[in-house]
Design a protein. Structure first.
Length: 262
């Protein structure tokens, strides 16, 4: 049997879920139990892209596709939907949200493209019970991504700083409030609340600069880890036996070496 078609994958999935001879682990799964695996696979796709490991990306995309097929099998078993329904749904949505390609609308720049996209999404939200422009924002998005999505939604109706200066001023205001609360009671609930407000304000600055805050922090995490690994390798003794001053000196050396690279 050829294993190069989506039907082959659907057949394999059905066999894995077959009560007569299927895989015990697959048979035990449901929508809820599979969800964490989906998140993990999505992050692994992103990781291979960031590492530019495109051969690994091919395999990771297969793993992610398998998640969709698993949900389709569960939906079919419960007579909720099947794989064809999923494909039909996304085809209809893409056509509906691209009237400048499949219809008569015109979009000549990024701003008009964003407007058309948000306009179509707002029409879809009007069919929901919750009419808020914040409806349907996933609650389980990473917090930075969720904050950016919230800010984009409210900006679409004009609730936004006119430029990055206003967003930066808000960061300065929130920083002052954080400093005040931390000096009074660093572990208080009020300090935690103000820190959250500061993070939200920083996301707004990133958004005004056209940056994805989730990716910014992921890159910052990666840069820190790379530098710290170099500190570990340069240290002549275990770091737990080093002073902070010694580690800081090595950290500065790592940063200097980065600047000196051609």
């Amino acid at each position: 049997m050829s294993h190069s078609s989506i039907q082959s994958l659907l057949d394999i999935m059905a066999k894995l879920r077959d009560p007569d001879g299927g895989c015990p682990w697959d048979l035990k799964q449901d929508f809820t139990s599979i969800a964490p695996h989906t998140l993990e696979e999505a992050y692994e796709v992103v990781d291979t892209i960031e590492r530019k490991d495109y051969m690994a990306l091919k395999a990771e995309l297969g793993d992610l596709l398998f998640q969709v097929v698993f949900y389709a099998q569960l939906g079919q078993e419960q007579q909720l939907f099947n794989f064809d329904d999923i494909v039909a749904g996304i085809c209809d949505k893409l056509i509906r949200r691209h009237p400048h390609v499949f219809g008569e609308a015109e979009a000549t720049d990024d701003e008009s493209l964003r407007y058309n996209w948000e306009y179509q999404k707002s029409k879809e939200r009007n069919l929901l019970d919750d009419k808020s422009i914040l409806a349907d924002i996933p609650k389980h998005l990473p917090a930075l991504s969720q904050a950016a999505k919230i800010q984009k939604r409210v900006a679409h109706v004009g609730f936004d700083w006119p430029n990055v200066t206003g967003a930066l001023d808000k960061v300065a205001e929130e920083f002052s409030e954080v400093k005040e609360e931390l000096e009074k009671a660093p572990e208080s609930q009020k300090s935690a609340e103000e820190l959250g407000d500061l993070l939200f304000a920083l996301v707004n600055v990133a958004r005004h600069g056209g940056h994805d805050p989730e990716q910014l922090l992921r890159r910052a995490n990666s840069k820190f880890c790379n530098r710290f690994r170099q500190v570990e390798s340069l240290s002549e003794k275990p770091l737990e036996k080093s002073t902070l001053e010694e580690m800081d000196a090595l950290w500065d050396l790592v940063k200097k070496n980065e600047k000196d690279k051609p």
